[in-house]
Structure formats: structure tokens, C-alpha cells
Design a protein around this ligand. Structure first.
Ligand SMILES: [Zn+2]
Ligand SMILES: [Zn+2]
Length: 343
């Protein structure tokens, strides 16, 4: 089968090559991939800004149908529509695994970074990481369960948003747009903030229900949040752009005593005035990947239509067209791109 492989460490070094079809071992299944989303993490790996273990097939945001079942697997059958958590292996014994946070396990090996992922016809995963896709959720949406689960974890587990809260999301990429919808589903009122070049993505934010959008190249964020919140600022800001200016805006806009959630990755050290954290008594909380409990919640938010993914999908292409799609996303063109198997 053809697979998009990171062939060696360093910038670039990605190519579509022929690899052997995987076989299911005990406790595993083979998924025939329907769609795999290009994630910011894939771009960081392409640019050598995020660690992976090459050679490895990239891609971790996937959906498909079960093609083969390994021995000892029960509850699933060939043809079942599924999506999968990304953790191929965690130790199950460390303090993080035992407290329901396998995303922090130091022994974690994930598909698409440490073991072969979803930019291919078939992918091999442990059966206990599978989630059945509800009938009302199509497989395009199901491929976005992983990024949505990251947002659910950030907003519900870490920021602990409350109904009626104002939540500012800075960065209208796919993660920002899913955070926005997760916040709305939790009863929050939302502001989406973008910069020059983001007008298309801000329009998507309005389509999926943002109460307010603002392009900071054209209007004052401080004035808008001041007007909306009676001068106090939103209690929760989500930095989803992975840009230093965006973080500076969040630290400045957030309410005194509020929370800034860091979900974007910068790929390099950045400079920011961290004095605002003590002076405003802020909680600055990092959010990394997802926890198992977020997955069923994500699927049910999509099944009930509280989270809509279709407006975020800007194109669908075979994996052989990966390079043009990666480069376009680097230029922030489009939004979520799904790749399909080829060969
Ligand atoms: Zn991802
Ligand atoms: Zn562990």
C-alpha cells in the first residue's frame, strides 16, 4: 500500500512510498482508512519542530471501517465504522496513567509519531482504543473526533468553563474553531479573534456560532472585550494560534484571576511578558492532546449537532497530493484538510 512516511529526522524528508500492509496481532484491529485529517502537529513534524521516530507513517486524526480483527478481540466486527484514540502504547502503571491522563505517560507511543499512522490505506491499532462512530456522524466528521477531544479536554477538564462565561478563543484554525464550538456546547458565550489573512476562517467561526468575531488588524480587541464584559475581560482565554502575539493578546485580555489555556504549539521558544501572570494572578494552563473520557463526549456532541465539522473542511484529496496541501496550510490557506488513501 502507499503511505505518507517521514523517512528521516530533519526538515522535510516526507514522501509517499510503498510499504507492507499491516497485519493484526492479538488484541489489535486493522482499520481501512476512510479519511485522515492534516493536523498542525503533522506540519510541525514536516518542519522538524515536533519529535517523531522515523521512518514512520504520519497521520493520527482518522476514521474508517474495520478490515481485520486480531485474536482475543471482542465487541467489534469487520465493517464496523470506527475512529481511534492515538495512544498505541502507554505503560498503564505510572502516576499519570493511573490518574486517567495517559497523554502524560513518559512511555507513550502514539500513531503517526512513534508507530505507523493513518496516511495510508490501512492502519494497525489496539482494539481497546477504538470508538464506534454513531450512525448520525459521517466518516468525514469522525476523522475530527481526535482534535475535538483535545478541545473538550482543554475546555472542560482544564479551563473548567461554566455556563454564561465569556470565552475568548484566539486563532481561528481547526483547533480554535472546535474549541469555540466546545465552549458554546458548554453554555459559554464566545469571541473568536483572528489576524490579517484570517477573514475566511473568521467567517467559518460566525457560521458555527461565534457570538462575536474580530480581526485584530482592523479593530481593537481590548475595546471589544471591555464592552462585552463590563470592563473586566473574559474569565477564560484559549491560545490556539501558536503565535506569540496571540498569547500576548490573551494575557492582556483575560480577566484578573482568570485562566489562559495554551493549546497551540509554537515550534520554538517565544518571547512574551510573563509578568502579567503574577500581576493579574492568572492561571496559565497547558493542554496536550486528549484523555479517553473526552472521546465519547466528542462523538455525542457531533451526533447531536452541537459541534459541526463540515464547515471546517476546506478540501479532501488523496495522500499523493500531500505536499501541496501541507504547503497551503503553512500559508494558512483553507482550514481542515482531509486526505484519503491512494493505492
Ligand atoms: Zn491532531
Ligand atoms: Zn504511564
Amino acid at each position: 500500500m502507499k503511505a505518507l512516511v517521514k523517512t528521516a529526522a530533519g526538515v522535510g524528508n516526507c514522501e509517499v512510498r510503498d510499504v507492507a500492509d499491516p497485519r493484526a496481532e492479538a488484541g489489535e484491529v486493522i482499520i481501512e482508512v476512510a479519511y485522515t485529517g492534516i493536523c498542525g502537529t503533522d506540519l510541525h513534524i514536516y518542519l522538524d519542530e515536533y519529535r517523531c521516530v522515523p521512518p514512520v507513517t504520519l497521520g493520527h486524526e482518522l476514521s474508517g471501517t474495520i478490515a481485520e480483527i486480531g485474536s482475543g478481540v471482542s465487541g467489534f466486527a469487520p465493517g464496523d465504522r470506527v475512529t481511534t484514540e492515538t495512544y498505541f502504547h502507554v505503560c498503564g502503571q505510572c502516576v499519570h496513567c493511573l490518574s486517567g491522563r495517559p497523554n502524560l505517560c513518559p512511555s507513550r507511543r502514539s500513531i503517526g509519531t512513534h508507530v505507523d499512522g493513518g496516511f495510508a490505506r490501512f492502519v494497525r491499532v489496539p482494539a481497546h482504543r477504538l470508538h464506534r462512530v454513531p450512525e448520525s456522524v459521517d466518516l468525514r466528521a469522525a476523522a475530527m473526533t481526535e482534535p475535538l477531544s483535545c478541545c473538550i479536554h482543554a475546555l472542560y477538564d482544564l479551563a473548567k468553563i461554566r455556563p454564561g462565561d465569556w470565552v475568548l478563543v484566539s486563532g481561528p484554525g481547526p483547533i480554535g474553531l472546535l474549541c469555540l464550538q466546545a465552549a458554546r456546547a458548554g453554555g459559554a458565550r464566545t469571541i473568536m479573534c483572528g489576524a490579517s489573512g484570517d477573514d475566511g476562517r473568521l467567517a467559518v467561526a460566525r457560521e458555527v456560532g461565534a457570538d462575536h468575531t474580530i480581526n485584530v488588524a482592523e479593530a481593537s480587541l481590548g475595546e471589544l472585550v471591555g464592552d462585552l464584559t463590563g470592563g473586566s475581560g473574559p474569565p477564560v482565554c484559549v491560545e490556539a494560534a501558536g503565535a506569540a502575539r496571540s498569547l500576548a493578546q490573551c494575557l492582556s485580555a483575560v480577566q484578573r484571576g482568570g485562566t489562559v489555556v495554551q493549546i497551540g504549539l509554537y515550534g520554538r521558544p517565544i518571547e512574551v511578558d510573563i509578568n502579567l501572570v503574577p500581576m493579574k494572578e492568572l492561571t496559565y494552563v497547558g493542554s496536550f492532546a486528549h484523555v479517553p473520557s473526552a472521546w465519547e463526549r466528542s462523538l455525542s456532541l457531533m451526533a447531536t449537532g452541537q459541534v459541526r465539522t463540515e464547515p471546517l473542511i476546506s478540501s479532501i484529496a488523496p495522500i499523493t497530493e500531500w505536499e501541496g496541501r501541507f504547503e497551503a496550510l503553512r500559508r494558512r490557506e483553507g482550514c481542515k484538510v482531509l486526505l484519503t488513501p491512494a493505492g
